[in-house]
Ligand binder design. Structure first.
Ligand code: TMP
Length: 207
């Protein structure tokens, strides 16, 4: 069976993580093996890098290099082997988050991010390993901030002002416009309605 690489994206507070359990259950009910993971993270090295990136201030190039280093380890150790086995890989964030947060939010050079993406995700023959489908949870930053307020101790990104998330959201929108693998989910709807959108998106792609 062919592996399937599915990613979930969106600004902090958009509610993507609360649907991963249901996605895992859905694919398992169809007899698929599921590898569930996240970025930055998913391996011991990448989780160590995650702690650094989320806790410490650093310049945008350092941050970009660390998230791509974490991604490289994660791809080699977890994602590529899982796809080769035929698993469904459910990954909470991937490279689109780098374009949105470092590129959009922090205003870092997206051409340089594209070069790093090529280094890290480049395959034999020059193609890039990319998700098969990306569920993009789109929510106005003001609403996301309301949802996040008081939820838990915010990390480095979650404590950014709403203007930062406006830029992150614009980064996602720009990236989504370039790739048909993106499915926009209206995350302002109720949890049940969001789940219905996810089911419809999968069905619409024969999944
Ligand atoms: P999470 O809270 O959804 O697990 O995501 C961790 C945070 O890391 C989130 O605020 C987005 C940020 N992030 C980046 O800045 N760049 C990246 O490449 C990734 C994957 C996440």
């Amino acid at each position: 069976m062919k592996g399937l690489f599915l990613t979930l994206e969106g600004i902090d507070g958009a509610g993507k993580s609360s649907h991963i359990d249901a996605l895992e259950a859905l694919f398992k009910a169809r007899g698929r093996q599921v590898t569930r993971t996240r970025e930055p993270g998913g391996t011991p090295i990448a989780e160590t890098l995650r702690t650094m990136v989320l806790a410490q201030p650093m310049d945008a190039l350092t941050e970009s290099l660390l998230v791509f280093a974490a991604r490289r380890d994660h791809l080699v150790q977890v994602i590529e082997p899982a796809l080769a086995r035929g698993d469904v890989v459910l990954c909470d964030r991937f490279t689109d988050a780098t374009f949105a947060y470092q590129g959009g939010g922090r205003g870092f050079d997206t051409a340089l991010l594209s070069t790093l993406e090529q280094w890290v995700q480049g395959q034999a023959g020059g193609a890039l390993l990319q998700p098969d489908i990306t569920l993009w949870f789109d929510l106005p930053p003001e609403l996301a901030a309301e949802r996040l307020a008081g939820a838990r101790l915010p990390d480095k990104f979650e404590s950014q002002p709403v203007e930062f998330f406006r830029r992150v959201a614009a980064g996602y929108a720009q990236r989504a416009a370039t790739a048909p693998r993106f499915v926009r989910i209206d995350a302002s709807q109720s949890r049940d309605q969001v789940w219905q959108q996810i089911e419809a998106a999968l069905a619409g792609r024969g999944l």
